[in-house]
Design a protein around this ligand. Sequence first.
Ligand SMILES: Cc1ncc(COP(=O)(O)O)c(C=O)c1O
Length: 425
Amino acid sequence: MPVRTARASAAQSAVRYTADPELLRRQDPQIAEVIAGETARQTGAVQLIAAENFTSPAVLAALGSPLVNKYAEGYPGARHHGGCEIVDAAERIAVDRARALFGAEHANVQPHSGSSAVLAAYAALLRPGDTVLAMGLPYGGHLTHGSPANFSGRWFDFVGYGTDRETGLIDYGEVRRLARTRRPKAIVCGSISYPRHPDYALFREIADEAGAVLIADTGHPMGLIAGGAAPSPVPYADVVCATTHKVLRGPRGGMILCGEETAGRIDRAVFPFTQGGAQMNTVAAKAVAFGEAAAPAFAAYAHRVVANARVLAAGLEAEGFTVLTGGTDTHLIVVDPEPLGVDGRTARGRLAACGLVPDTCALPYGAGCGLRLGTAAVTTQGMGEPEMARIAVLCAAALYAEGDAVRTLRAEAAELAGRFPPYPG
Ligand SMILES: Cc1ncc(COP(=O)(O)O)c(C=O)c1O
């Protein structure tokens, strides 16, 4: 058989092998049961967790491929293991696609997660004990932005900026004042729940005034940026950290973008400083996701995600929830259900009982916890504005539902999700 044909047929049998659920069911029915149960859970309810999405079958195929078997410490062309010439191609493709997609000089696609990407960025640019200015956790900062329970809060001196009490928008006056008085070595912009676009140009200006480096942690909006539905931090930030699994719709993982002058430090900070061998199946799956995100259909998707979020936010406001910042520019919405007489944690439980799955998040100014909802997953399923309006009504009804009303709402949520299967066929 010619080499080309042999390779193609081997690749096909790999895809057949990995796509065969019966194989796992025969060998390990216990785990097959778990996977079937989780698949049913994901597809049988309305998934509103802002950090989640449904990857494509192609991304799943790359994740479940024999690339998982390959050890590949180092970088393409400079590995500590033999036999890396094929997986090198996967990483080169992923890097080239990431650079093209985001207009970056350099991309590192090896971080195992968003947190690993941030850890590597800090390792590349900071020394333990350095002062870092980032969004405070009650305002939407991530654990890696100075939580005492995280390496960031233990190893660095974090100073938190917040949002304006009235508008909910980043208080840039406070950012500037803290940058001037605390002289941080780095400023971090990015959040897990801020629903508006950060002003990257202003962050750059403030960082320059303070002599700080600017790290954009765009774990959440990276897919919107890829699709042209959110501004890019790439022209402004020294380093951009991101996840690949949220709106971007790739495999669970992280990535880092930066300029040529920082590239060597970033690469060494990822490997060997903070990680070992890259997960080559995930790297290949990232390449697939970047390829998908470069297609015009993805830009349309990203814009639909935002349009859907705006309709959902308006609907929730009309139902009596307080919508932080008065709406959204992104895929995520933060609401306080308190005016409806329910705290965030209770609200999440009641929504979940009715087949609506959001998560909770901190609210600024000691206001307890709110609900964070996102439209990335439901938009991938094909839901549009009428469905968002209906989901807002269902969310409000779920807060007070009991007995039969819970069953009725749950059935409607299941019917809605069932009409938009993420993996049809
Ligand atoms: C801004 C930000 N940074 C970092 C992370 C961490 O990502 P991961 O959970 O992949 O470590 C997240 C994930 O929620 C995030 O939103």
